[in-house]
Design a protein around this ligand. Structure first.
Ligand code: IPM
Ligand code: MN
Length: 360
């Protein structure tokens, strides 16, 4: 048989990381293998054993040769970073944030979508009401690390942590959000989430850029909400939202709320995106130490992150097949999406997704 198309091979850097990361990544890879076979492209996985265990054993966090090698990948697939024996901040800043900054992954894309068969804690709301995307700026704001401490440990201690917002950083994030909103083609509405009533320097910049860029997108409706109010509206009227764009810190906070209204961390997926470079995909729930090694964690967040990866790589047919499979498994198979209550083990859930892909 001759091939009538050119099959593509993607280089994927895989970081299973800590806790349940390895368990969910294995299922993501299983699904990626199945869907790539079906759609005629290949994926070449290179594993990197970085994370808490490696740090404890070797004292290294994110070695330069790992960064250099990841720099040759088309995308990165990550499980979870965070270890109960390691002081908070070391691994998060040294691995996760370092990669976001190093690869200039300036967008953190987090869909909030309630699938059929998943229960939301919000009364009287269903899948038709909860379907929006949060676009979080991912390289600046309070995460930039600006600030410092004086007189540490004394009664006169001063701690300053500044939010850095650059015209370039804000604009590229807002532009991405408008483009995404247009392509998404749902309600064609974009909401800027800020705090213009108090953070009058940073969000003045955000607001001006937002309305300036909006002029180029007359087909898209614009709206604004303060971050505190948006927490209220996300619970009370989630159907109002289509695309929300916000800064790094607010985006961090509201996407945990988003994950809860879509059913829980077990299905919340995310992508750290550099539209011109190397993007990294990860489930947003952490390393879940208490479930590690039990085979009961839900791998669907990782599988949906793999779906986002396929979408970003341009393998859109494969991506929608993965979503279809996830939807079927949620609708028909799982009893509950929480760890230990699914009615299936972690790897059985991966098999259900894979079987659907292979037989459809
Ligand atoms: C997230 C996480 C990280 C963040 C932590 C682990 C540094 O909470 O991806 O949302 O704050 O961005
Ligand atoms: Mn977070």
């Amino acid at each position: 048989m001759t091939e009538t198309y050119q099959s593509k091979t993607y280089q994927i850097g895989v970081i299973p990381g800590d806790g349940t990361g390895a368990e969910v990544v294995a299922e993501g890879l299983k699904v990626l293998e199945a869907v790539s076979k079906k759609y005629g492209f290949s994926l070449n996985f290179t594993h990197y054993m970085i994370g808490g265990e490696n740090y404890k054993a070797r004292g290294e966090i994110l070695p330069d040769d790992v960064i250099e090698s990841l720099g040759k990948a088309d995308a990165i697939f990550l499980g979870a970073i965070g270890h109960p024996d390691v002081k908070p901040g070391i691994l998060e800043k040294g691995i996760l944030l370092k990669m976001r900054f190093h690869f200039d992954q300036y967008i953190n894309l987090r869909p909030v979508k309630l699938y059929e068969g998943v229960s939301t804690p919000i009364k009287n709301k269903g899948p038709e009401d909860i379907d929006f995307v949060v676009i979080r700026e991912n390289t600046e704001g309070l995460y930039a690390g600006a600030g410092g401490v004086l007189k540490k440990g004394t009664p006169d201690e001063v701690a300053v942590q500044e939010s850095i917002n650059t015209r370039k950083g804000v604009e590229r994030c807002i532009r991405y959000a408008f483009e995404y909103c247009r392509k998404r083609n749902k309600r064609k509405k974009i909401t800027l989430c800020g705090k213009t009533n108090v953070l009058t320097y940073a969000f003045d910049l955000w607001e001006r850029v937002f309305y300036e860029v909006a002029k180029e997108y007359p087909d898209i409706e614009t709206d604004y909400a303060h971050v505190d109010a948006i927490c209220m509206w996300m619970v009370k009227n989630p159907e109002w939202f289509d695309v929300i764009v916000t800064d790094n810190m607010f985006g961090d906070i509201i996407t945990d709320l988003g994950a809860m209204i879509q059913g829980g961390m077990g299905i919340a997926a995310g992508g750290n995106i550099n539209p011109q470079g190397i993007s990294m995909f990860e489930p947003i729930g952490g390393s879940a130490p208490k479930y590690t090694g039990l085979g009961i964690i839900n791998p669907l967040a990782a599988i949906s992150s793999a779906q986002l990866m396929l979408e970003t790589l341009g393998e859109t047919k494969a991506a929608s097949m993965v979503e279809k499979a996830v939807m079927k498994v949620l609708r028909e198979d799982l009893k509950d999406i929480s760890a230990g209550k699914m009615g299936y083990s972690t790897s059985e859930v991966g098999d259900l997704v894979k079987d659907f892909i292979e037989s459809n």
